[in-house]
Design a binder for this molecule. Structure first.
Ligand SMILES: Nc1nc2c(ncn2[C@@H]2O[C@H](COP(=O)(O)OP(=O)(O)OP(=O)(O)O)[C@@H](O)[C@H]2O)c(=O)[nH]1
Length: 156
């Protein structure tokens, strides 16, 4: 059986940075990317993580959290670095998400592994939710049967 995974995209522009809009309501997972040689992109990433956290708190109500991965791209531009690795790691810890620095220009393997891991986490979450729905569905069916037939038995 095929599972459809919904992905959200956010983008930046000079006039309106940090636009997340509705993906927070329906995306199954997030990859938030900043550029290690551009501090403003890190600030945007922070704001995006906050928006995701707020939306998760409103929507999840105690459920397992939607997987998020924070990525610091352009690791090869270390001479122009404006965000140190530790800052990225701390931000990820604060938001309980995975963190990795990569260089899309130098290697695609890390990025491919990162997406594979995220998709695996998303699949696990979707399975967990489906199991829970099935369990609560069968529980309410048992309750219904008990209400109908249980009462009848008493009155016989
Ligand atoms: N040195 C380096 N350049 C990169 C890397 N990833 C992307 N780029 C370059 O950054 C430029 C912008 O890349 P895009 O894919 O258009 O991404 P974007 O979101 O518009 O990124 P920015 O313009 O950097 O904000 C392109 O010239 C890419 O080749 C990387 O890991 N290292």
């Amino acid at each position: 059986r095929r599972t459809k995974i919904k992905c959200g995209f956010c983008w930046q522009s000079s006039e309106a940075r940090c636009i997340l809009e509705e993906p927070v309501d329906w995306a199954d997972g997030f990859v938030v990317v900043y550029n290690i040689s551009d501090r403003s992109s890190f600030i945007d990433a922070k704001n995006i993580l906050l928006q995701i956290r707020e939306a998760r708190m409103e929507n999840c109500k105690g459920e397992v959290e939607v997987p998020v991965c924070l990525v610091g791209n352009k690791q090869d531009l270390c001479h122009a670095r404006q965000v140190c690795e530790e800052e990225g790691r701390c931000l990820a810890q604060e938001h309980r998400c995975h963190f990795q620095e990569v260089s899309a220009a130098e290697s695609y393997q890390d990025i491919s592994a990162l997406f594979t891991q995220l998709i695996r986490q998303v699949m696990e979450l979707l399975k967990y939710r489906a199991d829970r729905r099935r369990y609560s569905g069968s529980k309410s069916m048992a309750k219904l049967i008990n209400n109908v037939f249980g009462k009848r038995r008493k009155s016989v």
